[in-house]
Ligand binder design. Structure first.
Ligand SMILES: Cc1cc2nc3c(=O)[nH]c(=O)nc-3n(C[C@H](O)[C@H](O)[C@H](O)COP(=O)(O)OP(=O)(O)OC[C@H]3O[C@@H](n4cnc5c(N)ncnc54)[C@H](O)[C@@H]3O)c2cc1C
Length: 511
């Protein structure tokens, strides 16, 4: 066993782990990030999954929260190769009649698309988002800040007044179906909102679901739904590049096996390849359950251990990446220029699919989140070719050793329904079933996109109900993954917030 002394160890090189490491390195700390996988990035990586020359984003691909992130905005990521590419249309939601509703950065253009479904739907949307867009900086400070956000809500009150803020809270906490019915006459317009809700895991007719849809559509207007040129990996490379320029190190193929503690304080990390990294600060970019396994119940205390065990994951995921000979032949013109496409049809079809998953079965017509980043970024595929992906939620705990093919056929049939001729352009495909996700990244339990459900009780209080969610009872050990506030998506806020807690406490200790 080799032993080494550093100031801080970060476990996991996902966007949150890298953000924690950068924050510590900027404060002059000597930081080592140990990453179990062969490459850094966590769920932010790009690989030639199908054929040479086709650069597929293995997991995440579209980053409204990344573009809005106050954390990424602080750092010179552009100097380390990050360039945001905006598709012509942020998102399109095709409908069975061949039309589609589009989310544009321009609210007026979006309103025109909604009005084409039913005159007046556009006005319904503009009346809702107009005041919110004027309060965007305060909203950003509320939803993309460490716990407990204070400046953001104060800014919201100053900008919108108490009445409007209460109205906003009521709207966000209600089921999305209520918001959709209030605002839109056409089923197509309602489907457009409900589709975005399903980036989260709460069905659109349950309390709290409106928040996700409203948040994503607002970000679409405020910053767009962009992706990094060249693929998600460019964002990871930029974070790693900046970290290295500050003197931080990333060690890949280095799985943390245990957190060492001594007299109620963290003392370092043991890795699976026999290294002992001694440090007074350890930040874990892991699931809550992994923190428990790494540090042990004795070090964390039974009460905290019990709370971590109660942390709940969301549904699993099935994802397919395709290499295409040409663009997806969507019937709706809006979908042909969209970076993200929501494939699921009318509101009742979307709800049916999510209820079926809730009941533990696979839907016959799954709701798909799909992306075609090579349309706006031709560097991702050989000339004339395109990359395309789609993923869908599935119940946890299913046996995938047989019967997966029928479900993969159902996914392709759903695409074919809105893009006849899709099978003719599909040249090769790569499939990730729920067990494949955690094999690549231990945080992705059955492919749970959110690193924990976004059910209302677990949105604010992640991973446990406390005012300091990044601290653990073991002094010097912090949790900074998407399992902490403000939760999933690629923005780095959780990691930075955990590192700031660590720095504040170490300064206090020194004092
Ligand atoms: C299929 C899919 C699609 C998604 N799409 C989007 C999207 O389009 N846009 C978006 O904003 N978000 C998306 N997300 C969510 C987003 O990717 C995550 O919220 C985000 O990556 C969380 O970052 P993180 O750093 O907390 O964890 P992760 O990115 O999961 O990184 C955790 C890292 O820790 C490492 N690790 C874990 N345990 C150990 C250990 N013991 N030792 C060493 N290393 C360890 C893992 O290997 C991994 O590299 C998607 C997620 C999935 C799964």
């Amino acid at each position: 066993m080799t032993a080494e002394r550093v100031d801080a160890v970060v476990i996991g090189a996902g966007p949150n782990g890298l953000s924690a490491a950068i924050t510590l390195a900027e404060a002059g700390r000597d930081v080592v990030v140990c990453e179990a996988a062969d490459t850094p990035g966590g769920a932010v990586r790009t690989e030639e999954l199908t054929q040479p020359g086709f650069a597929h984003d293995t997991f995440s691909a579209v980053y409204p929260a990344g573009a809005a992130s106050p954390v990424f905005a602080r750092w010179p990521l552009g100097e380390h190769g990050l360039e945001w590419v905006h598709p012509e249309v942020a998102m399109a939601h095709p409908l069975p009649d061949g039309s589609a509703v589009a989310l544009h950065r321009d609210p007026e253009a979006t309103a025109a698309s909604l009005d084409a479904q039913a005159p007046g739907d556009g006005r319904g949307w503009l009346d809702l988002v107009g005041p919110l867009l004027s309060a965007c900086p305060a909203l950003r400070r509320t939803l993309l800040s460490g716990w407990l956000p204070v400046r953001g809500p104060v800014g919201l009150l100053a900008r919108l007044g108490v009445g409007r803020v209460l109205e906003l809270a009521r709207t966000a906490l209600a089921p999305a179906t209520v918001l959709a019915d209030e605002r839109f006459a056409a089923r197509g317009s309602r489907a457009w909102l409900l589709g975005s809700v399903h980036h989260g895991d709460v069905p659109a007719d349950e309390a709290g679901s409106a928040m996700t849809g409203l948040y994503l559509q607002l970000l679409g207007h405020a910053v767009g739904w962009p992706s990094p040129r060249g693929g998600a990996q460019s964002l990871t490379n930029a974070l790693v590049g900046y970290l290295q320029s500050l003197g931080g190190q990333v060690r890949t193929a280095t799985r943390a096996e245990a957190v060492i503690s001594c007299q109620g304080r963290v003392a370092g990390v043991h890795t699976a390849d026999g290294q002992q990294l001694r440090a007074d600060v350890v930040v874990a970019d892991t699931t809550p359950q992994a923190v428990l396994a790494l540090a042990g119940e004795q070090a964390l205390g039974w009460r905290y251990a019990r709370a971590l065990r109660r942390y709940r994951f969301g549904p699993g995921t099935v994802k397919i990446d395709w290499a295409l000979d040409g663009p997806v032949p969507w019937r709706a013109p809006e979908a042909r220029g969209a970076g993200t496409v929501h494939v699921g049809g009318l509101p009742e079809e979307i709800l049916q699919a999510s209820h079926t998953v809730r009941q533990g079965a696979l839907p016959a017509q799954p709701f798909l989140l799909a992306g075609q980043q090579s349309l706006a970024d031709p560097s991702r595929a050989p000339q004339g070719g395109h990359t395309f992906w789609a993923y869908t939620r599935v119940p946890r705990g299913l046996d995938w050793s047989s019967g997966a093919n029928a479900f993969l056929d159902a996914i392709e049939a759903q695409i074919e329904r809105f893009a006849p001729g899709f099978a003719d352009v599909a040249r090769a495909r790569h499939v990730l079933l729920p067990p494949d996700f955690a094999a690549r990244n231990a945080n992705l339990s059955e492919g749970d996109v959110g690193t924990g459900t976004l059910a209302l009780d677990q949105v604010a209080f992640r991973p446990v109900p406390t005012l300091a969610p990044y601290r653990t009872p073991l002094a010097g050990l912090y949790l900074g993954s998407a399992a902490t506030f403000p939760g999933p998506a690629v923005h780095g806020v959780c990691g930075r917030a955990a590192a700031r807690f660590a720095l504040a406490e170490s300064r206090l200790r020194w004092w």
